[in-house]
Design a protein around this ligand. Structure first.
Ligand code: ZN
Length: 309
């Protein structure tokens, strides 16, 4: 079905919905949402893509080869053998610590901050939208028969930002892997530390790095980080770049400070240099791996580390 046919089909279904039972408004909304969820648009070439086929294509646009953002559940499906995924810490939720402290200490609030959606509400709307408690899924599963500890960030949940829940779940995953001698794989997709949690989010960088130090240096266990687009800020500055093996997806946006921030600081326009291929040429990663062969490539280091029996 091409774009023109899709628009015609959409118009036809919409008119059917309008004409159908007008006494069931809730059903109509549900049906329209369902239709909307069937198609998505490529960020690069704007081609309309059928979601079901896109999933089979590993979220790679068949028209231009652009890598669309993958949600964490699709990532897990991509990397973990069917029926072997065991999630961890599924019931860990963030609380709005800073605003509670603020309410205790200040009676008058900042009118600028009042205009933004409160953090508590932002968390709830992201949870409804994604069906996840926070911006990461962690757990244990098998990758081509090898047990691994896997953490997958989800950019759809508040830009994959790293707050106290994300930090704690990653730390617990690494500690579990250290205790049980499992390799850790982290799939990064994040806008950086979660601003709404202030220093609580910055603290997570050091906490995760400490857990990784024990895992890698003291226990001599393997940690692989996979950087997808975008990986920025506190995630790049901590566990994103601490992998024994660092793998990046092609054409991914990977940075510490974003382009806009650098331009504002320097007062000049800069080129788009924060992409995988350019950074790879400057030695930031070990491998650039296409998404469709990623699972197979990840098996190789396990041979070197003697994890295949
Ligand atoms: Zn495209």
């Amino acid at each position: 079905m091409d774009v023109k046919e899709w628009f015609e089909e959409n118009r036809r279904i919409n008119s059917l919905l309008r004409d159908k039972d007008v006494n069931e408004p809730e059903k109509k909304i549900y049906d329209r949402e369902k239709i909307k969820a069937l198609w998505t648009q490529c960020d690069n070439c704007t081609t309309m893509l059928y979601v079901q086929f896109l999933k089979e294509d590993k979220s790679i646009c068949k028209e231009c080869g652009h890598y669309l953002k993958m949600n964490s559940s699709d990532r897990i499906e991509l990397l973990i053998d069917h029926g072997t995924w065991c999630p961890m810490d599924e019931n860990m939720y963030a609380i709005d610590v800073l605003s509670e402290e603020d309410e205790d200490s200040h009676s008058d609030s900042n009118p600028d901050l009042d205009q933004e959606e409160p953090y508590k509400d932002h968390i709830i709307s992201s949870q409804i939208e994604t069906g996840l408690p926070d911006a990461i899924q962690t757990g244990i599963g098998k990758l081509n028969g090898i047990p691994i500890a896997l953490g997958v960030m989800d950019f759809k949940f508040m830009g994959g930002s790293m707050g106290s829940v994300v930090g704690e779940k990653i730390t617990r995953l690494i500690e579990y892997a250290t205790e049980n001698s499992l390799p850790v794989i982290m799939v990064c997709a994040s806008g950086g530390a979660r601003m709404q949690e202030g220093s609580f989010s910055s603290m997570q960088m050091a906490k995760i790095a400490s857990a990784l130090y024990i895992h890698q240096k003291e226990k001599k266990l393997l940690y692989i980080s996979i950087l997808t687009s975008p990986t920025t800020g506190g995630v790049t500055a901590s566990f994103g770049m601490l992998g024994d093996i660092i793998i990046a997806e092609p054409k991914a946006y990977i940075a510490f400070a974003g382009k806009r921030v650098i331009e504002q600081t320097l007062g000049q326009v800069i080129e788009d240099f924060q992409v995988t291929e350019n950074l790879f040429d400057h030695g930031l990663f070990d491998l650039v791996v296409s998404r469709d062969i990623l699972k197979g490539v990840l098996s190789d280091p396990f041979w070197f580390y003697g994890l295949y029996k």
